[in-house]
Design a protein around this ligand. Structure first.
Ligand SMILES: Cc1cc2nc3c(=O)[nH]c(=O)nc-3n(C[C@H](O)[C@H](O)[C@H](O)COP(=O)(O)OP(=O)(O)OC[C@H]3O[C@@H](n4cnc5c(N)ncnc54)[C@H](O)[C@@H]3O)c2cc1C
Length: 288
């Protein structure tokens, strides 16, 4: 199906893009177009104006901010996956980016676009949530920071306002004694597709026991969701396989598990446990 007719602009400065968004309520930002264009063709989104930010210079870098990594709006999934500082400081995000779609999608789609899009089965939102990332949103009237815990509101709905651009995501680096990981079951049985269910985990070990943990699920509910009961059950244990299995059994607690074309509620709840355990095991193994 063809999209409804729309206007298209490709500004070369952030200011110009922000002014266009402010002046045109209902306009949509396009970064990679990997999700926006298919949804426009299905006529699920019919913006009157598409503001393509792909030609804006200076927002395509990953920078080391000391205690965090700042990933700009136009950093593609492939770049997030391949970056050595992301691989060592925020491994869950690098792994999630590397498991996002196929080669073409990873070379066109952006990490910030995946976060802004807030698909219920996307990979990088779960990693950003587990890692405790901060979103930097900019409009023509200024900049604000949104914690990942508050960013994912509902299906395809983030806390971004229509006139805002997600210009950067800041991801805290996992330091000494910490590790993180992401794993999923893809819809076609492999990993390079949206998640039937997946989990990202961050673990900190102090003196041989787990002192902090965060686990986020994707594909299971209406948005990426922290599995707080898993973290609560794991903290204070030795992080052994047995402790992880027992903690992961709480994965669906307090989570509204949704049935979809890819699985029943029971199956999704089961996968949430399996992938929470796998991500936790990999995160513990990665503790440095
Ligand atoms: C064949 C295929 C397979 C895929 N498989 C997966 C998968 O396995 N896992 C997965 O997680 N995703 C998958 N995707 C989605 C892919 O990751 C998209 O790239 C991503 O969801 C959106 O990134 P984008 O840069 O293309 O955003 P766009 O498509 O340009 O935009 C998506 C939405 O986010 C908004 N937006 C984009 N960037 C910004 C910004 N900087 N600020 C504010 N709003 C913004 C747009 O307005 C739009 O509403 C797949 C897509 C395709 C086509």
């Amino acid at each position: 199906m063809y999209p409804r007719s729309f206007e298209y602009i490709a500004p070369t400065s952030l200011e110009e893009a922000l002014d266009a968004l402010a002046a045109n309520p209902g306009a949509k930002v396009m970064s990679g177009g990997m999700s926006l264009i298919p949804l426009m063709k299905l006529r699920l989104f019919s913006p009157g104006l598409v503001v393509d930010i792909g030609r804006i210079a200076g927002i395509d870098t990953i920078t080391d901010g000391g205690d965090h990594l700042a990933i700009g709006a136009l950093v593609h999934h492939a770049a997030t996956a391949a970056d050595a500082s992301v691989a060592s400081g925020a491994a869950a995000l690098a792994q999630a980016a590397g498991l996002t779609g196929d080669v073409q999608v990873r070379n066109r789609g952006t990490t910030c676009g995946a976060l802004a899009h807030a698909d219920i089965a996307a990979d990088q939102p779960a990693a950003a949530l587990a890692l405790g990332a901060t979103m930097v949103a900019q409009s023509s009237s200024g900049q604000r920071e949104i914690a990942a815990d508050d960013f994912f509101v509902d299906t395809l709905t983030s806390a971004l306002q229509p006139e805002e651009i997600l210009v950067e995501v800041r991801v805290p680096k996992t330091g000494a004694g910490s590790g993180s990981a992401y794993d999923k079951l893809g819809r076609r049985g492999g990993q390079s597709d949206y998640a039937v269910a997946g989990a990202a985990a961050v673990v900190t070990m102090t003196g041989g026991s787990v002192s902090a943990a965060r686990v986020a699920l994707t594909g299971v509910g209406t948005k990426p969701t922290l599995a707080g009961a898993v973290a609560d059950a794991l903290i204070g244990t030795d992080g052994s396989a047995g402790a992880i299995k027992a903690a992961a059994a709480h994965a669906a607690e307090g989570v509204t598990v949704l049935e979809d074309l890819y699985g029943s509620q029971e199956y999704k709840a089961h996968l949430a446990q399996i992938y929470a355990a796998r991500a936790l095991s990999a995160a513990v193994a990665a503790v440095n």
